[in-house]
Design a protein around this ligand. Sequence first.
Ligand SMILES: NC(=O)CCC(=O)C(=O)O
Length: 270
Amino acid sequence: MKVALVQLASPPDETAADRRVRAGQLVESARGAELVVLPELWAAGYFSFDAYPDEAETLDGPTVAAGREWARGLGAYVHLGSLVERDAAGRLFNTAVLLAPDGTIAHTYRKVHVFGYASREAELLTPGDSLSVAETELGPIGATTCYDLRFPELWRGLVDRGAKTVVVPAAWPAARREHWRMFTSCRAVEEQVVVIAVNAAGTQRGGVELAGTSRIVDPWGTVLAEAGGGEEVLRCEIDQSIVDTVRAEFPVLADRRWPVSTADFTGAGV
Ligand SMILES: NC(=O)CCC(=O)C(=O)O
């Protein structure tokens, strides 16, 4: 699978409309990739919390409309990262969208673990309550977003639903770059999946510097590609057979003895 990670910046002095145009140019430069992935809430800018209500859109809004054109134009899957979605009841979500090469929506995922540490996301957005694995021509792709990296039970839920690749759009600050590296590697090895993690770059509202460092990690823990700190398009070709090979040779998932919930573990302990 040929992938391109669009490690986009969301400078606070750029409008969302201008950013969509610029993002489209970077996406176009990824021609030849079968899957193109963008970061979390790049149109509004993750740290532009005051802008969430104004930039919120439905799945018929300008960001998904642009993404449909990009997917059709490239003949590729486009994972739009995520956008601030407004539902019919007026609630706001951090929603990831995967578009198929014909421009149709392959799946959506509303971020479950909204973030509240030095962030207003948890105050402004409603958490999602379901998991999603899309069956695609590139294999089963699971959805997570950023902070979800810290919750292994969500990842195990995706693996139990068949995921072999997991995409992680993010807006992860440079202050915790080593956490980012550690969790993306850890989840890949622990869940025996390919992790495609695409972070934002640059400095956002409030002077928050993003880590960049988008990366692809295989189930053996090998880092197949890693970006620098600035805006860039990172390309990589992934041999997806690595997932079945590693799972067959080192059957950690098959060795589970505590499979459903902690309630099933009846040992008295010490
Ligand atoms: N956008 C996010 O969810 C940020 C998560 C984060 O920074 C973390 O340390 O976790």
